[in-house]
Design a protein around this ligand. Sequence first.
Ligand code: SF4
Length: 241
Amino acid sequence: MIELDRGAGLEAIAAEVRVCTRCRLHEARTMAVPGEGSPDTEVVFVGEGPGYNEDRQGRPFVGRAGALLGKFLTALGWQREDVFITNIVKCRPPDNRDPEPDEIAACAPYLRRQLEILDPAVIVTLGRHSLGRFMPGERISQAHGTVRPVDPATGAANALAFALYHPAAALRTPDIERTSYQDVAQIPAALLAARARREAAPVAPSSPVPPVPDPAVAATPDPAFLAPSEALAPDDQLTLF
Ligand code: SF4
């Protein structure tokens, strides 16, 4: 899909989201937050739901947690405009409570359709609810900094999920912030692994999930599984398409 078509497709979804009344979260919202970023990116960040500032501005991750997410991207040499940022639910849960299962289910088709258009190589999950969508059954305390193949039923036909703590959790706990910077440094390696996997086994949306290549059994080391410091020269910047 060419960028113009992707952009138009994403804007059509955003227009639906802005007037959506599918679940009770529309009642207290100021603005729905469809998501934003490059229509042609390889990396999509998925958080939980909009907070106070996001609800006011209609944009994802614009408060303090968003500022930290921006620092994470800067650490990689990327900018917000290089990736796509969205949430599991597009309207703010009152008092920042967790979204309810029926609200998550009602909103799920929007994210699925966004991912069908974006066809990302990597989905970076931010926090527990996003982890639950893309790495079901995993615990964030164990899964952070690791990748799993994504079920194509999510809309992402051939992607790896990479788990991060939610930036809001990192703001509350210095240890989690330090860990998150270490995890973020692994994202370029995850992207290289995802690119290699997509080249080796392009899949149609209905095909089974291909496994992540196992570096332990590979005849030659897969650079995608090297630590970022080994996979990329220190001055290299992994360019996103
Ligand atoms: S959270 Fe999603 S399903 Fe619920 S009203 Fe907002 S856009 Fe619609």
